[in-house]
Ligand binder design. Structure first.
Ligand code: 13P
Ligand code: SF4
Length: 346
């Protein structure tokens, strides 16, 4: 049934004025009366239901800046899901992220506002494919990008994200005493990581449908049209694209780069909404904006998030036997991160 849009009242305008001030740079004023009633209702329901919204960096700015309790890259969201005290997690991201939250927080209710928010990487491989790979490469550890189903994680030895992939590959190769690992499912991430380590990598042919569309010619055209441009690229891009970039990093790695270096003019070679979200924090930086949208991330909207909290739908479940094996692979990844932090602090 179609949801009745909540009304933009004078009270809601007053209550949300500070939030609008925050995003005024990227959300046109004419749109605010559409967003504000949802933002107001969602923030009230979160308190009532002891819920948190975990939002990926690719969410639109009204979600990212106005209702998220925590926003970040895949690794940061996984860490947050593992430690939150809330009873309910609303995942403002895609299905594999919600599954990861459920795997790490089996006693919590995890909701995804649209269960069809998939991912071309996650759908490129199944648990049966991983079992066949293990038969083909016996004795090699399987390193699995978090952009996969719980079933695929369950067949894996360790998970990784774009921000820790090289460290995870080296750690597991050392532990197993091998010089080669199987890394699935992102072929480009695997090739990009292989350039940072002496460990050899057997890759799978999955691709991100957003990042695979960037070409080296795109990067050269951005540079020609925008003198002094700094190019930051996500490692899901093809290696030829990465070769043209000034910096490679996860979505949060790119945000940190902008914060630390304050380039005068920058382009983020990644999903479209990232630039809007970062521009809110750094209005002095000029963003050149490629617009490659992730159709899956864009399924998550304020009306769907409100409906999700009102009806407590759609609840994400993972078979406990699969969840416990997937959890071991994700926790092993989180432990590699913790070790690195401890080493840096020592
Ligand atoms: P990170 O946020 O971990 O860099 O991942 C990007 C992505 O494509 C998630 O779907
Ligand atoms: Fe998957 Fe790419 Fe969309 Fe991320 S941006 S969810 S990797 S399709």
């Amino acid at each position: 049934m179609q949801q009745q849009a909540p009304e933009f009242t004078a009270q809601i305008a007053r209550d949300t004025a500070a939030l609008y001030d925050k995003v005024a740079h990227v959300v046109p004023q004419i749109e605010w009366p559409l967003h504000a009633p949802y933002i107001h209702a969602i923030n009230a329901l979160k308190r009532e239901k002891n819920a948190v919204v975990l939002a990926h960096n690719y969410m639109t700015p009204e979600i990212f800046h106005c209702i998220a309790d925590f926003a970040g890259d895949s690794l940061q969201l996984a860490r947050e899901a593992a430690k939150t005290d809330a009873k309910v997690i609303v995942q403002a991201g895609v299905h594999f992220m919600a599954e990861t939250s459920k795997v790490l927080s089996p006693d919590k209710t995890v909701l995804i506002p649209d269960p069809d928010a998939g991912c071309s990487l996650a759908s490129s491989i199944t648990g049966a494919d991983v079992r066949l790979l293990k038969q083909k490469y016996p004795g090699l550890p399987v390193v699995t990008y978090v952009n996969t189903s719980a079933e695929v994680k369950a067949e894996s030895d360790v998970c990784c994200t774009s921000s820790n992939a090289a460290a995870v590959v080296e750690d597991i190769a050392r532990e197993w005493g091998v010089d080669t690992v199987v890394m699935i499912p992102d072929e480009y991430l695997a090739k990009n990581v292989a350039k940072q380590t002496a460990v050899k990598i057997v890759a799978w042919k999955g691709h991100c449908e957003v990042h695979e569309r960037f070409t080296p010619a795109d990067i050269r055209a951005y540079r020609e049209g925008n003198p002094g441009l700094v190019v930051l690229a996500h490692p899901e891009c093809p290696p030829e694209v990465m070769a043209e970039a000034d910096f490679a990093g996860s979505t949060s790695g790119m945000i940190s780069y902008v914060g630390e270096h304050r380039p005068r003019r920058v382009v983020l070679i990644t999903e479209c909404s990232m630039s809007d979200n970062v521009a809110v924090e750094y209005p002095d930086v000029e963003f050149v904006r490629p617009c490659n949208l992730c159709p899956h991330m864009k399924r998550i909207t304020l009306p769907k998030i409100l409906q999700s909290l009102q009806n407590m739908t759609v609840e994400v479940t993972v078979d406990p036997a699969i969840a416990s094996r997937a959890r071991a692979a994700v926790e092993r990844m989180l432990a590699v991160g913790a070790q690195k932090v401890r080493r840096a602090a020592a």
